[in-house]
Design a binder for this molecule. Structure first.
Ligand SMILES: C[S@@+](CC[C@H](N)C(=O)[O-])C[C@H]1O[C@@H](n2cnc3c(N)ncnc32)[C@H](O)[C@@H]1O
Length: 361
């Protein structure tokens, strides 16, 4: 079995290869060309072409970090199963004009081109944009081009777009994208909520964008006005240092799927909800209720860990949110409908989540 065969089998087993066109695209596009300068390996070292097992490392269902600045990842090839889910939700048809925000390596743009789209991908970092453009050329992709610009502006010269896909975490949809979207267009983008970036699928209603929730995700945060804060923003994710050992209160026995369902619910109900990455092995971090100097974080198994002077009170509030979620019938993340409203920097506004309702009311 080749590395690509294993890759396709892994994506298939994850249930994300939703049709033959998507499977063909993942088979046809050589991911290694898009990470030719190497990527950060699992142990933190850099993996480069020629290393033993390079292709096996490339063809895994894992995000590959391709640029780090000050210890923080600033560009990557996203996790393939997440890309597949987002491409499926984007519902691309041959001939569609697609705007991508965050070219990164160019791999997703190449997949879109393989699906028959005419792709314009915008990338804010000069060197990253140049590398993506070169990779697309080396891979012989003619249906995708890269523009070096801030993604807030979209690509006015190439509008209208049938589809817009964000591959970097944003606070909301840029007003410019909204103007550049075709009347029956769709936007798929990771939009900040509760310290994470769940992926939203956004459509037009006569007067405003309305969204459904596709899946949980954690993306790197966009530069500039796309990541502006607004009145409904949650606190930024809580970063280290935090004590290694925090006391716990008894578990409530959640599974991981329920955990992200609960997380979305809690963040829709309470603006103090954010992520506490330091507490957990889970790379998406832990659901936390946070006030300045204090927090209560919940692990996926349901243990709640209070910290700081208000920690016990916050633990009680978090337990109350769990009870409220259960009393509401434990709505899944995908049950939510989100109404967006203008927010962020008034000079460069973004449509941000403003009202949340579940299908049942
Ligand atoms: C997760 S990577 C994108 C993955 C990419 N689509 C791929 O297939 O490799 C996110 C990218 O978004 C870019 N980015 C961040 N802020 C941006 C902005 N305001 N406008 C355009 N690109 C931005 C980053 O430089 C980074 O390269």
């Amino acid at each position: 079995m080749t590395a690509i065969d294993r890759y396709l089998a892994e994506l298939d087993a994850a249930g994300v290869l939703t049709g033959p066109a998507l499977a063909r695209a993942f088979r046809a596009v050589p991911r290694e060309i898009f990470v030719a300068a190497g990527f950060r390996g699992p142990g933190g070292g850099w993996t480069v072409p020629g290393d033993p097992g390079f292709l096996d490392a490339v063809y895994r269902n894992a995000a590959l970090v391709t640029k780090v600045h000050g210890g923080v990842p600033v560009s990557s090839s996203s996790q393939p199963s997440l890309m597949a889910q987002m491409l499926t939700a984007l519902d691309v048809a041959p001939g569609h004009r697609v705007l991508e925000i965050g070219a990164g390596t160019g791999y997703n743009a190449a997949l879109l081109a393989a699906l028959g789209a005419d792709v314009t991908s915008v990338e804010v970092q000069e060197d990253v944009a140049a590398a993506a453009e070169a990779a697309l050329a080396r891979a012989g992709v003619t249906g995708a081009r890269v523009r070096r610009a801030d993604g807030w502006d979209g690509a006015p010269g190439r509008a209208p777009f049938d589809r817009i896909i964000g591959t970097v975490g944003v606070t909301g949809l840029s007003a410019a994208w909204w103007e550049q979207l075709a009347p029956d267009g769709v936007v798929v983008a990771p939009i900040a909520h509760g310290g994470l970036h769940p992926v939203l699928v956004v459509r037009r209603t006569p007067d405003r964008p309305e969204a459904r929730v596709l899946c949980p995700a954690g993306f790197m945060v966009a530069a500039g006005a796309l990541a502006a804060r607004h009145a409904g923003s949650h606190p930024s994710p809580v970063l280290p240092p935090l004590p290694a050992e925090l006391p716990t209160v008894p578990p409530v026995n959640l599974d991981l799927e329920g955990y992200h369902d609960l997380w979305f619910f809690a963040a829709a109900r309470d603006r103090r909800v954010t992520a506490a990455p330091a507490l957990l092995a889970d790379h998406l971090g832990g659901l936390a209720l946070c006030e300045p100097g204090s927090l209560a974080a919940m692990l996926p198994d349901g243990r709640i860990r209070p910290h700081g002077p208000a920690g016990e009170r916050l633990a009680g509030d978090l337990a109350a949110l769990v009870a409220e979620w259960r009393a509401a019938g434990s709505p899944p993340l995908t049950a939510w409908r989100v109404t967006l409203a203008p927010g962020g920097d008034p000079a460069r506004p973004v449509w941000v989540p403003a009202a949340f309702a579940t299908a049942g009311g």
